[in-house]
Design a protein around this ligand. Structure first.
Ligand SMILES: [Zn+2]
Length: 270
């Protein structure tokens, strides 16, 4: 079984344009020759899941202005199914943030996504911390983009050190540090986050996070807090599996990362 804890899709009518905008910085970063692995729609994610033997995908919407929140969460609710677990979106600082979280919780979504770079908010600011705290009270997870983001200029809004600051005031048990807690800041992940209560996903690390450092972080952090993720459509849903298979983990350890930890987090039985 394979559960991909980090994917993105867009409503059909805006998928093409959104993908064009988001693909540009990615293509520049990758040297010009780059094609995303889906067209950004739900149906193409499902095709990718079939082709890559992914049983369940978690979709994470990024809200880039407060006025998008309602429609994005409506879309999230509409795509939730047995094999699509939807998180909701929220914009830190939006006035009705508490109602947004209540609605997300009441409608059965499992968590919310924050993207401090796209949302220009520091992860250790009061507006973000109160969202994480309230989400914890409501039993919601908070998946947070961490580290550098391709196409986003400094300053950085969620370094491993800043995320560590957050753990002074929240337990961290409901936080998922995407991209191993600090994309392109791997040594700081080892230093500030490994061994804390947060979960981390391994999306978009293949080709960037050196394998020996990854294994050190796993060991210090605990394999039971690592989730499989791809960051589809930006990486293939099987790329992280290639990475995982090359690390030298035992079958049991790989199963924890591939699906067992996710089943526990999502409270699912198979
Ligand atoms: Zn992502």
């Amino acid at each position: 079984m394979l559960i991909d804890f980090h994917t993105h899709i867009f409503p059909d009518k805006i998928a093409k344009k959104t993908m064009e905008i988001l693909t540009k910085p990615m293509a520049e970063y990758k040297g010009g020759n780059y094609t995303p692995y889906t067209n950004g729609t739900l149906s193409d994610l499902k095709r990718s899941m079939r082709e890559n033997n992914v049983d369940i995908s978690v979709v994470l919407p990024v809200v880039t202005s407060p006025k998008q929140t309602a429609s994005i969460n409506e879309f999230a609710r509409s795509v939730a199914s047995d094999d699509i677990i939807a998180f909701g979106g929220i914009y830190p600082g939006q006035k009705d943030w508490e109602d947004v979280l209540y609605n997300i919780s009441e409608s059965g979504l499992k968590g919310v996504k924050l993207h401090p770079e796209f949302q220009s908010c520091y992860v250790d600011s009061p507006d973000v911390i109160k969202i994480i705290k309230k989400a914890e009270d409501l039993g919601l997870y908070v998946s947070i983009h961490t580290g550098t983001s391709i196409g986003c200029a400094p300053p950085l809004h969620c370094s491993p050190k800043m995320l560590r600051n957050v753990l002074r005031v929240v337990s961290g048990e409901n936080i998922i540090g995407a991209h191993m807690g600090g994309w392109d800041l791997w040594e700081d992940t080892e230093r500030y986050l490994a061994g804390t209560p947060i979960l981390m996903d391994i999306s978009f690390v293949r080709g960037y996070l050196p394998k020996d450092l990854c294994m050190r972080i796993f060991e210090k952090h605990g394999i039971d807090k690592i989730l499989y993720g791809s960051d589809s459509p930006w990486e293939s849903q099987s790329d992280s599996l290639t990475y995982l298979n090359d690390l030298g983990l035992s079958l049991d350890e790989k199963d924890l990362i591939k699906y067992k930890n996710a089943l526990r987090v999502l409270d699912l039985k198979v």
